[in-house]
Ligand binder design. Structure first.
Ligand code: 2AM
Ligand code: CA
Ligand code: CA
Ligand code: CA
Length: 263
């Protein structure tokens, strides 16, 4: 996983330097895809298929590819933060997770391994189920801050055609005055990795996809944090909403969110 991400990351680094020459197309009004997204995904696919020929794939650009029955699958966002990438902002990542099939064969189950790799500053956040989360060889632990007034919280703001601006604004109005600050950096997998690393005390966003949350969710849990939907129920990767945070701030944020949604 790390080898594949480093190879694809090297490619993204080169393309980032040539961003003005990249072919760009649109999937929606402000939802762009570049030659770099596709090339990185191709590299990840080739490397991971070579390493585990019988596993399946769920990828942002290429969709679903079945593996052998009973085998895990890779969940891949080859370039999370395409808008940043396109604007020459070096905040983007590769996100890879491993999902196990359910034992009874009735679909997909737990995420057991995760990697979020930031090619520009060469930060590699990884986790294995029940074995912890790490930044390179340093164990990760969510923030120890306990006061909302000291909390730096990240979010994702809806954009054209995605998400509910009214709901986001109500939540922002509820959380904003209570916390030390709110950030919107534009790459959900990195927002989650940074919660795991204790850089943010919390993160919320709606309208996400499995490849945005699969790896980051495991990172937060393995770093001792909590991940849920906006109602505090356990978050499955197919849920579009996510709220992540340390204990006790996850529950404080959840109460503010729940109040704002009801209002
Ligand atoms: P992407 O770069 O892999 O498409 C949550 O904000 C996610 O929405 C981001 O991680 C980003 O993933 C995706 N996204 C797509 N278009 C976006 C836009 N115009 N602004 C912000 N995020 C966008
Ligand atoms: Ca995209
Ligand atoms: Ca992407
Ligand atoms: Ca993404």
């Amino acid at each position: 996983m790390e080898r594949a991400a480093r190879k694809a990351g090297g490619r993204l680094r080169r393309d980032f330097g040539e961003v003005e020459h990249l072919q760009v197309s649109r999937k929606g009004p402000s939802d762009f895809v570049t030659k770099a997204d596709r090339a990185a995904e191709r590299t990840l696919y080739d490397e991971l298929l070579n390493a585990r020929p019988d596993w399946g794939f769920l990828m942002e650009e290429g969709g679903k590819i079945d593996g052998d029955p009973g085998k895990p699958r890779w969940i891949i966002d080859p370039l999370d933060g395409t808008s940043n990438f396109l604007h020459g902002i070096p905040h983007f990542a590769i996100s890879i997770a491993v999902q196990e099939p359910k034992l009874d064969g009735s679909g997909w189950g737990e995420i057991t391994a995760a990697l979020v790799y930031q090619p520009i500053n060469d930060e590699s956040f990884w986790a294995e189920k029940s074995r912890g989360a790490w930044l390179h060889d340093a164990r990760l632990r969510v923030s120890g801050r306990r006061q909302l007034s000291e909390a730096l919280v990240a979010t994702g703001i809806p954009f054209q055609g995605h998400g509910d601006f009214g709901e986001w604004t109500r939540i922002f109005g509820a959380i904003g005055p209570q916390v030390a600050g709110i950030r919107r950096f534009g790459a959900a997998s990195l927002d989650l990795a940074w919660v795991a690393a204790g850089r943010f005390e919390g993160f919320w966003e709606s309208d996400l996809q499995p490849w945005d949350t699969a790896a980051g969710g495991l990172l937060v849990r393995e770093a001792g944090g909590f991940v849920s939907d906006f109602r505090g129920r356990s978050q499955h990767i197919c849920d579009k909403q996510i709220l992540a945070g340390n204990d006790p701030l996850h529950s404080r944020l959840h109460k503010l969110l729940a109040g704002a949604i009801r209002a």
